[in-house]
Write a protein that binds this ligand. Structure first.
Ligand code: NAP
Length: 336
C-alpha cells in the first residue's frame, strides 16, 4: 500500500490549541456499505497515513472500528496521540445524563479512553429510525429550543471537564442558532461540521465560523454521489458532473472528486471524504500533498456555488412543519 508522506499533510490549530490534520476520512456506510467494509477501509486508511476519522454512534460501526484502531496502535503503525478521533451524540441521547452514557458507549466501542472531539450531531432531539422513509415524522419531534440545546451542551462541557473529550463540536447549525447559543457556552465549540462541496459552499456560515475562531469541517465533500435514493431529489446538482469541475480535473489529470477535496482544503475547511476503495482513499489523502489548484481555479470554483443542499434533514421536522427549509432558518430567525 502506498504511504503518504505525513510531513506534507498540513495540520490546523484549533481555538483550544489542539492540532488536527487538514483532511480526514468519513465512516458513514449508510445502507450500502457494511460495518465490516468500513472498518477494513479504516484499517487501510491508517496504514496509508490518515490520522483523522469522523465517527458517530448512529453510523452503527464504532464497535468494528475500535478493534481496528487498537490493532494499528498495538502494531506500532500509529500512536494514540497521533490520531484525531471524532464521534457524535445522536438525537435520541440528548436527555439529561444520556450524553454521558452515549459518550461512554462510544469510548467502549472505539476502545479509547478519550475522544479528540465530540459533536452534537444535530441540534434537535428529534429521533427517527435509521433508514426510515423521508416522509416519515416522529410525533414527538419539536422545533429547536435554546434551553434544550444548552441542557445538552452542559453535558458536553462536563465530558470536556472530565477529560474524556478534548474538543467540543456542533453540527448542522445555522447562524441564528449559533448567535443564540455561542454566548451561553462556557466551553466554546472548536469545530463545526456542515455540508460543504462546490455546489453548496455556505459562504456566510463558513465566514461566520472563521470569524468566531471555529474550524469548519466539511461533510459530503464530494457531494455524496452514492447516498441513498431516498435522500435524492430531482433538483440536486451532481458536483462531479459540473463543467467547471470537470475542466479543472482534466487540466490536472485527476478525478473531479479530488478537485473537490483540493478546493476544500485550500479554502480552509477540513473535508472528511468517505471511501472504501483503496485507490480512492489513497488519492484523496495524497491530493493535499501535491499540485495545488491555482488562484484562478479557486476563483472559478467559488463561482460554481449553486446553493444546493443535499442533506435536507426532512425526517427531523416536527408535526405541522412540512418544508425542510424550516430546519435551516433561511429567514434569518430560528424557525418555530
Ligand atoms: N455531521 C453530519 O450530519 C454528517 C452528515 C453526512 C455525512 N457526514 C460525514 O461525512 C462523511 C462524508 O460524507 P458522504 O460519505 O456522505 O459523502 P462524500 O464523502 O461526499 O462521498 C462519498 C462517495 O464518494 C466516492 N468517492 C470518494 N473518493 C472518491 C474518489 N477519489 N474518486 C471517486 N469517487 C470517490 C465514494 O465512493 P467509493 O467508496 O466507491 O470510493 C463514496 O461513495 C460521512 O462518511 C460522515 O462521516 C456527517
Amino acid at each position: 500500500m502506498e504511504q503518504i508522506d505525513l510531513r506534507l499533510v498540513p495540520k490546523r490549530t484549533l481555538n483550544n490549541g489542539e492540532q488536527i490534520p487538514c483532511i480526514g476520512m468519513g465512516t458513514f456506510g449508510s445502507d450500502h456499505v457494511s460495518p465490516e467494509e468500513v472498518s477494513a477501509a479504516v484499517a487501510g486508511a491508517i496504514r496509508c497515513g490518515y490520522r483523522l476519522f469522523d465517527c458517530a454512534s448512529v453510523y452503527g460501526n464504532e464497535d468494528r472500528i475500535g478493534p481496528v484502531l487498537g490493532d494499528a496502535m498495538r502494531e506500532g503503525v500509529v500512536s494514540r496521540e497521533d490520531l484525531f478521533i471524532v464521534s457524535k451524540v445522536w438525537n435520541d441521547m440528548h436527555g439529561k445524563g444520556d450524553v454521558l452514557l452515549s459518550c461512554a458507549q462510544t469510548l467502549k466501542d472505539l476502545r479509547l479512553d478519550y475522544l479528540d472531539a465530540y459533536f452534537v450531531h444535530w441540534p434537535f432531539a428529534n429521533y427517527h429510525a435509521p433508514g426510515c422513509d423521508g416522509d416519515s415524522r416522529n410525533p414527538d419531534s419539536k422545533p429547536f429550543r435554546v434551553e434544550d440545546f444548552m441542557a445538552t451542551w452542559r453535558q458536553m462541557e462536563r465530558l470536556h471537564d472530565m477529560g474524556l473529550v478534548r474538543s467540543l463540536g456542533m453540527s448542522n447549525m445555522t447562524i441564528p442558532k449559533l448567535e443564540a447559543v455561542l454566548p451561553l457556552c462556557r466551553v466554546k465549540p472548536a469545530l463545526i461540521e456542515m455540508e460543504l462541496h462546490p455546489s453548496f459552499q455556505q459562504p456566510e456560515l463558513f465566514a461566520y465560523c472563521v470569524e468566531h475562531g471555529i474550524q469548519p469541517v466539511g461533510f459530503c465533500p464530494i457531494g455524496s454521489p452514492n447516498r441513498p435514493e431516498r435522500d435524492k431529489t430531482p433538483d440536486d446538482v451532481n458536483d462531479l458532473e459540473m463543467p467547471q469541475l470537470r475542466e479543472i480535473a482534466k487540466a490536472h489529470n485527476i478525478h473531479p472528486a479530488v478537485v473537490c477535496l483540493k478546493w476544500a482544503v485550500q479554502r480552509g475547511a477540513i473535508p472528511i471524504p468517505f471511501s472504501v476503495h483503496e485507490k480512492n482513499y489513497v488519492s484523496n489523502l495524497r491530493c493535499v500533498t501535491e499540485d495545488p489548484l491555482t488562484e484562478e481555479e479557486m476563483e472559478t470554483l467559488r463561482g460554481a456555488d449553486r446553493n444546493c443542499r443535499l442533506i435536507k434533514g426532512q425526517v427531523f421536522l416536527w408535526p405541522g412543519a412540512d418544508d425542510w427549509r424550516l430546519l435551516w432558518d433561511e429567514d434569518g430567525v430560528i424557525a418555530q
